[in-house]
Design a protein around this ligand. Sequence first.
Ligand SMILES: [Zn+2]
Length: 259
Amino acid sequence: MSSRNYTGRHYAGRHRVQQRRARLPRALSSGFVLPTTAAAALVVTATGATVAESAPQPFDLTGQQTAMARTQEAAADQAVTEIASRRQDAAMQSAALQGRVEAQVRAARAAQRKADAEAKAKAEAAKRAKKWVRPIHTWNITSGYGWRWGKTHDGIDLGAPTGTPLYAMSKGTVIKAGWEDSFGYKVEILYWDGSISWYGHMSRIDVQSGEEVLPGTQVGLVGNTGHSFGSHLHLEFQRTTASDSPLDPVPWLKDHGLW
Ligand SMILES: [Zn+2]
């Protein structure tokens, strides 16, 4: 641009307007075909020169937003929307993950509580199973342990009416249930601590050999069967299953809190 033209920029009024009007149509009508995008970017300088710029222009001469600018702005809006959407998705996924983790923690705690409760119940049941109860509610000794009528009496006799229920004294296993000579109907129980009890002269047996019992399990009824004179329970304890090592029942009952 010459200094004269530059100076010309400062000419006021008609001349400048005429120059702009004269040059724009000439450039467009010279047979030179502009690509669509270039045409959209075609602008007029302050001196009236026509240039095609590579950067898209947001507004045309009339102040209207260009098609390209609208497209780009729409694309930008779309990108912003997508980013916001992805952020929302990520936040939702994070919240969902957090929720799953919390649910797993809750489930683990619930499982732990359940396991604790079961362990506690089991421990309490085991404790209950190891308590000791009397074989008969009434407690009336009619004959003691030791020498009697010229021979040993290996148990004690507890007088009670026929039909009175008889109970296992603790957790254990029935090792014998049936008739045995002078004992009549007899039940032998091996308890969890190794003790062995014999119930003799029963009128009825309610368990069978091999059956598991708990404290208070009814094993039969008081009777007067076998070598017996009057309805009673013959209660005897043995050290082993060999049946030849009786114990004095009274110390045993005292040791087990039943006397
Ligand atoms: Zn007896």
